[in-house]
Design a binder for this molecule. Structure first.
Ligand SMILES: Nc1ncnc2c1ncn2[C@@H]1O[C@H](COP(=O)(O)OP(=O)(O)OP(=O)(O)O)[C@@H](O)[C@H]1O
Length: 266
């Protein structure tokens, strides 16, 4: 479903991705671990052309993600979930989920937001997948943080994607809500056969929810395992400057650059 070969990306003189090779199978739930600044978000954003790779091969859902001409097709096949769900607070939960259908509407009806009955039925089904069917008519800003993130997942599902990219989707949630959100993401995508690439900072969640874990260090893949046996030595490779208990607390990390994503969030 995803094939990456020798992916390279620099920001000015800062080489962020230094030749990534990675294949992700259809339906796989892949967790990416790595220190802050390791290049996780950049790799994810290359997969749907939010960021243009400098060089390398990048095939996602049968599309060549290095070609600018493929951007629209790619954005239809690849949904994204962000740390901050970016819901429209005053809209109902259902309408927020329906925004996931915008890329499938002809331009004139997308401007007028004329959703058909099929779109509405699909949005309701997506809300069922995340256990929030009973909240369809509630205003988004009346939900808890975990519920909002589940609406974000429903919106991504409504896009009928083949791949979901999740960039630290539970970073701002308490442990109970975080587990519920990851469970919900894994169950829904498993049921629908959707491939997930999920950046996480929490090693425990990676072990619990990942079918497979890869580790990124200074722009290189240094770990790749399907068996979940993440040892202290593995963690030292993934987090070379911290102790083997895992990453430094996220509060200490430089703030990720999410502002720009607001412009392109679904
Ligand atoms: N648009 C940009 N312009 C310049 N530098 C950038 C840009 N986006 C990211 N970087 C830099 O690229 C490096 C990798 O950033 P990236 O966000 O991909 O890391 P990350 O592993 O996702 O980190 P975090 O876990 O903190 O989100 C960092 O040094 C960051 O400062």
């Amino acid at each position: 479903m995803i094939r990456i070969r020798q992916l390279q990306k620099s920001y000015g003189a800062n080489p962020v991705l230094r030749g990534i090779d990675l294949d992700v199978a259809a339906g796989e739930f892949l967790v990416v671990l790595g220190q802050s600044g390791a290049g996780k978000s950049t790799m994810l954003r290359c997969l749907n052309r939010l960021v243009s790779a400098d060089s390398g091969e990048l095939h996602v859902a049968g599309l060549d993600a290095t070609r600018p001409g493929q951007t629209r097709a790619l954005r239809r096949q690849v949904a994204m979930i962000f740390q901050h769900h970016h819901l429209v607070p005053r809209l109902s939960v259902l309408k927020n989920v329906l925004t996931g259908r915008l890329g499938h509407l002809p331009t004139w009806s997308s401007v007028l937001q004329l959703f058909g009955n099929d779109d509405i039925a699909l949005a309701q089904l997506c809300l069922e997948h995340v256990g929030l069917a009973n909240k369809a008519s509630a205003r988004a800003d009346t939900l808890s943080g975990g519920q909002m993130q589940r609406v974000g997942i429903a919106r991504a599902l409504a896009q009928s994607p083949r791949v979901i990219l999740a960039d630290e989707p539970v970073a701002s949630l308490d442990p109970q809500s975080a587990r519920m959100v990851l469970q919900c993401l894994r169950d829904a995508t498993r049921a629908l056969g959707i491939t997930v690439v999920c950046n996480l900072h929490q090693v425990d969640y990676a072990r619990e929810f990942g079918d497979r874990i890869v580790g990124l260090t200074h722009g290189r893949l240094v770990y790749d395992s399907r068996n979940g046996a993440l040892t202290d030595a593995d963690l030292q490779r993934i987090y070379p400057k911290t102790d083997a208990t895992g990453p430094a607390p996220h509060e200490d990390a430089p703030a990720p650059i999410y502002g720009r994503l607001l412009e392109v969030a679904p």
